[in-house]
Write a protein that binds this ligand. Structure first.
Ligand code: HEM
Ligand code: HEM
Length: 200
């Protein structure tokens, strides 16, 4: 599989980044929920430390992902999609990117406001984003939680759309994001596919 994207498929780098971030987000939610069971004891601190390190890793991976996206072609959406479906797909992706930035940043700023500097895997300490401020820390904690809930809702919509493409519309959208997925019409470009879909 090619490393770079083309008009028809996501390349290996984009796919790896997509699925790595999915796995890390799942780990993040699990760690946060498990930490809550330990009520601020040493295990809570250790698990939350891992949550913070992985969260910062996600932030870095999202930056790499966007830089890679801007320096590569982006596979075209199927030509069969109606304008409002295209708009919904684009909006969902933008919202996902915004949340993938906002969640780690509110977590990082919340820790700073709480007076605890964020360490990355015990290797180095990140600068505080804001000064110590318990009231702000509470607000940021609430926003962090709300963003996590919003991410869950948008991801459900995103997965439903991927499954609809695959099982109902029977197009290549999901296959384009899978390493073993192959275009149903080999050698076809996104433009060819759009023309075939519109019958021109
Ligand atoms: C995409 C990345 C992240 C996701 C999906 C995520 C998700 C979550 C979730 C679901 C919770 C539990 C919400 C609650 O009950 O309050 C939580 C709590 C928390 N997160 Fe994150 N988080 C991310 C990144 C970060 C980062 C980068 C930091 C800090 C550097 C951070 C720090 C915290 C803290 C301090 C809590 C509160 C724990 C507590 O006191 O109960 N998070 N996060
Ligand atoms: C935490 C969970 C997930 C997040 C944060 C996420 C995020 C994203 C983002 C931001 C994009 C846009 C890529 C771009 O245009 O640069 C995308 C594309 C995509 N995702 Fe996900 N995703 C998640 C889970 C999933 C799952 C579980 C599936 C499969 C069932 C999936 C299937 C796809 C597909 C097929 C695309 C390509 C859509 C297209 O070509 O327009 N995603 N994802």
């Amino acid at each position: 599989m090619a490393l770079r994207n083309d008009q028809v498929r996501w390349g290996a780098v984009s796919q790896l980044l997509h699925w790595l971030i999915v796995a890390l987000v799942a780990a993040q939610v699990s760690l946060a929920l498990v930490a809550k069971h330990f009520h601020h004891g040493p295990k809570f601190v250790a698990i939350l430390g891992m949550h913070k390190s992985l969260g910062i890793t996600i932030l870095a991976l999202v930056v790499v992902r966007l830089l890679w996206r801007w320096s590569n072609p982006v596979p075209e959406l199927p030509g069969t999609l109606k304008p409002h479906e295209r708009a919904l797909a684009r909006t969902t992706h933008v919202v996902l990117y915004v949340i993938l930035f906002a969640l780690p940043l509110t977590g990082w700023a919340g820790s700073s406001a709480h007076g605890i500097a964020v360490r990355w895997f015990d290797l180095f300490t990140l600068p505080n984003l804001v000064g110590k401020n318990p009231a702000l820390s509470g607000v940021l904690g609430g926003v962090h939680w709300l963003l996590a809930v919003l991410l869950g809702l948008v991801v459900v919509l995103h997965i439903a759309a991927a499954l609809r493409h695959h099982y109902v519309l029977k197009d290549d959208t999901l296959r384009q994001m899978l390493p073993f997925g192959r275009s149903t019409v080999s050698g076809e470009t996104g433009g060819d596919r759009a023309r075939r879909a519109s019958g021109v």
